[in-house]
Design a protein around this ligand. Structure first.
Ligand SMILES: [Mn+2]
Length: 375
């Protein structure tokens, strides 16, 4: 369970925002938002009234006990009853207990504005008999809150990175193994070391498959003279890490070494600009300059990185053209890459904390020597 003070601090910040906008109730269904504010993502709904205790709605026998173990807040349980004929069907909605307690709410902020049925329900059931509650979007506020991490959150992301790095250290890769086998072993190691799961399906890309930035593993086997790109991360207490290394098996051609050095230089240049107060686009621009100088800019086909937290891809997106500024204790990825069709790709990625004088990498225990793979 997350520390109570941690959760209460988050609820308090949300309520300050609600109060400024005259919102009497926030409703959250997105699992990572519920987890962030309540400590559990297993419920169906989290209600945060401005002037009353927050509570979760969970479904009987579908996680209601787990939710109670994970959150310090009250858990309201809904239990359907199906009977033996259609007349006997009683199927309560997660919003029902909320309507019962807070049906007089006039302005409601929700993170599910695109769910028409639920929005209709809210308009009908809330502010009974009158014109219906105003529905606002709480998502932008949650996105901003979640982007700047507390020391506690950073400690969990650090642990998640340690687990993934430990899993990598224990991995023995041999020529002849398939992408799937390598991914399975890495995933197994992460779970053995305490991960709840992986941040995303582990990417193991052999040879020309490394051209595909989001490759899905296949049964292609590793051979001599292959690129091996590995992109992976663990989840620990809900928090993700994200790292990529690209290796060469055997004696690398000079083209590989040249391109690798460009990506590595771009990555370390960008790190110095992952700094409190700088424009969000600045680190990517600096990485792009390095890659442009080497004539490879057309092959750098994505942004430098993304926020990392309860979701592996969250705000901010570190790409040229994106507005806003970096803030201390945001956690982001630094992952430039070049992708050449028919040849392959090179990407190097670290999970980085935005610091006062530059980025602080949480994933630098894995060597960036592309020939250093333990076999
Ligand atoms: Mn990433």
């Amino acid at each position: 369970m997350y520390p109570r003070e941690e959760l209460e601090g988050r609820i308090k910040r949300l309520r300050r925002w609600m109060s400024r906008r005259d919102i009497d109730l926030s409703l959250l269904k997105c699992p990572s938002n519920m987890l962030y504010l309540s400590g559990s993502k297993e419920a169906r709904l989290l209600a945060v009234p401005l002037d009353d205790e927050p509570f979760l709605v969970a479904r009987y026998a579908f996680g209601d006990e787990i939710v109670r173990e994970q959150t310090p807040f009250h858990v309201e349980v809904i239990k359907p009853h199906y009977g033996v004929s259609s007349k006997e069907v009683y199927d309560p909605k997660p919003l029902d207990p909320v309507a019962e307690r807070h049906g007089d709410a006039k302005r409601i902020a929700v993170d599910f504005t695109s769910e028409e049925d639920n929005i209709k329900y809210l308009r009908k059931k809330f502010r009974r008999g009158k014109k219906g509650a105003a529905i606002l979007d709480v998502t932008p506020q949650l996105v901003r809150m979640r982007s700047v991490k507390s020391e506690y959150e950073i400690s969990l992301i650090r642990e998640s990175a340690e687990i993934a790095m430990g899993a990598f250290e224990q991995l023995e890769i041999e020529v002849g193994m398939t992408e799937r086998e390598i991914a399975n072993r890495l995933d197994f190691n992460m779970r053995e070391l305490g991960a709840e799961g992986t941040s995303f399906p582990t990417i193991i890309a052999i040879g020309s498959h490394s051209f595909n930035a989001h490759h899905v593993v296949t049964d292609r086997r590793l051979s001599e003279d292959d690129i091996l790109l590995m992109d992976f991360g663990a989840v620990y207490k809900g928090y993700c890490s994200d790292m990529t290394r690209t290796f060469y098996i055997g004696k690398p051609p000079s083209k590989f070494i040249e391109r690798y050095e460009v990506v590595l230089k771009a990555q370390s240049r960008a790190l110095g600009y992952i700094k409190d107060g700088l424009a969000i686009e600045k680190p990517d621009i600096e990485a792009r300059k390095v890659i442009k100088e080497a004539g490879l800019l057309d092959h750098y086909v994505h942004g430098l990185g993304h926020g990392i937290g309860l979701d592996v891809h969250e705000y901010p997106s570190l790409r040229v053209g994106k507005p806003g500024h970096l803030e201390q204790n945001m956690v982001v990825s630094d992952e430039p890459g070049v992708y050449i069709r028919g040849w392959g790709g090179i990407r190097i990625e670290d999970t980085v904390v935005v610091g006062k004088s530059g980025g602080i990498s949480l994933t630098n225990k894995i060597s960036k020597d592309p020939l250093a793979l333990r076999r």
